[in-house]
Design a protein. Structure first.
Length: 75
């Protein structure tokens, strides 16, 4: 994946990921961290998905899981 493709994904889905994270964590700073962690996981995976729906579902699931990990953190 090149930077242009990743930037397109970020532009398309960062707001959605942030809204989910903010709804789950109730704190803007935690939501920012969740967005960053979720998008870094996507970038490091570098997998092409069969459809946009599959990519969106993957991002939603990973966002919720990162939120759960953030909320159970002792910090």
């Amino acid at each position: 994946m090149d930077n242009r493709q990743f930037r397109a994904i970020v532009d398309a889905y960062a707001d959605m990921v942030y809204r989910i994270a903010l709804n789950q964590t109730r704190r803007g700073t935690d939501a920012d961290d969740v967005v960053q962690d979720t998008l870094l996981r996507y970038y490091s995976l570098s997998k092409d998905y069969a459809s946009e729906a599959h990519l969106k579902a993957w991002l939603i699931r990973v966002t919720v899981n990162v939120c759960k990990d953030t909320l159970k953190s002792p910090w």
